[in-house]
Design a protein around this ligand. Structure first.
Ligand code: PDD
Length: 283
């Protein structure tokens, strides 16, 4: 039996109810976060909270918790109820419930849902994945972690049906990011390239950690968008997300990357990120 948190209560997942007039349900009018936990400890909590608060402010949704600590208490209680130590949680905040109308009332109370989930083994994926390319069909505020993910869902599905693990999206011939992850390449000079953090990408928490770790390890990071030509010439490529960490890429469309071997920089960052997350367990 799995429990979730819903608007102040802990409920069995199958007993949790949300109104048909929830604005998330009707309009995708809400935001979310996916957070990891290891050994019962939340990872990168402050970074996720910072992004969550920014998303809420951008959508003018009021904060449903007085401070991040009260949310932390709720989450730790949920982990205990579900008897889970390692995994992920999904936290969704919608604008709330109101009679269906595009205009939103000013005094509406947000709906909050939190549930935990686990991922299967990443062993095979960590050996390297393939990536397709497609036009970026999304809106101009990809920096908001909105629950409106239709373009991402459709492109990921299309890629999957053609045998690709992830799909990188292009805007004006420049790679923005994957449908569920951030995109990186390493060029011949061992410089790491990734799209700058602006309204065209979701500023990933893992992206931030990886950049920080790369800089700490004297690697050069250039936050500048790259194109298909750069991909053809690159030495290494990888993607990042909370649920995957750092994942090597061995093929992008028809371009084989690094003879399908995990590059040194990718391998280093995979290890550094893992160490960095493990260190948080004891903080
Ligand atoms: N997705 N870009 C997009 C479009 C994403 O959906 C995600 C994460 C990322 C990586 O962000 P982070 O490192 O903070 O997880 C980048 C989550 C995991 C999801 O929707 O399940």
């Amino acid at each position: 039996m799995s429990f979730c948190y819903i608007n102040g209560f802990y409920k069995n997942n199958i007993d949790a109810q949300i109104s048909v007039e929830d604005r998330g349900f009707n309009f995708s009018d809400g935001v979310y976060e996916v957070m990891g936990f290891r050994n019962g400890k939340l990872l990168n909590f402050d970074k996720h909270m910072y992004r969550l608060c920014k998303s809420l402010i951008n959508l003018q949704i009021s904060k449903p918790f007085s401070n991040p600590n009260s949310l932390k208490i709720i989450i730790y209680h949920l982990l205990k109820l579900n008897d889970v130590n390692d995994g992920f949680l999904y936290l969704q905040i919608t604008r709330g419930t109101a009679k269906r109308n595009h205009l939103f009332p000013s005094n509406i109370k947000p709906n909050v849902v939190i549930f935990t989930f686990s991922k299967g083994s990443l062993d095979k994926i960590k050996k390297g994945v393939n990536v397709a390319l497609t036009e970026d069909q999304r809106w101009m505020r990809c920096d908001i972690k909105s629950i409106s993910l239709l373009a991402n869902v459709l492109d990921k599905q299309k890629g999957h049906e053609s045998g690709f693990f992830e799909v990188w999206q292009l805007r004006k011939n420049l790679i923005t990011e994957g449908t569920t992850s951030n995109a990186f390449i390493v060029n011949k000079k061992s410089h790491i390239y990734t799209h700058p953090k602006n309204n065209f990408i979701l500023g990933g928490v893992t992206r931030d950690c990886v950049i920080e770790l790369a800089l700490k390890n004297k690697l050069k990071v250039i936050e500048k968008a790259f194109n298909i030509d750069d991909i053809r010439k690159c030495n290494e490529a990888f993607l990042t997300s909370t649920t995957l960490g750092v994942i090597p890429i061995i093929k992008i469309e028809d371009t084989i990357i690094n003879k399908k071997k995990i590059g040194l920089i990718t391998k280093t960052l995979m290890k550094k990120l893992d160490d960095y997350l493990n260190k948080q367990i004891y903080e």
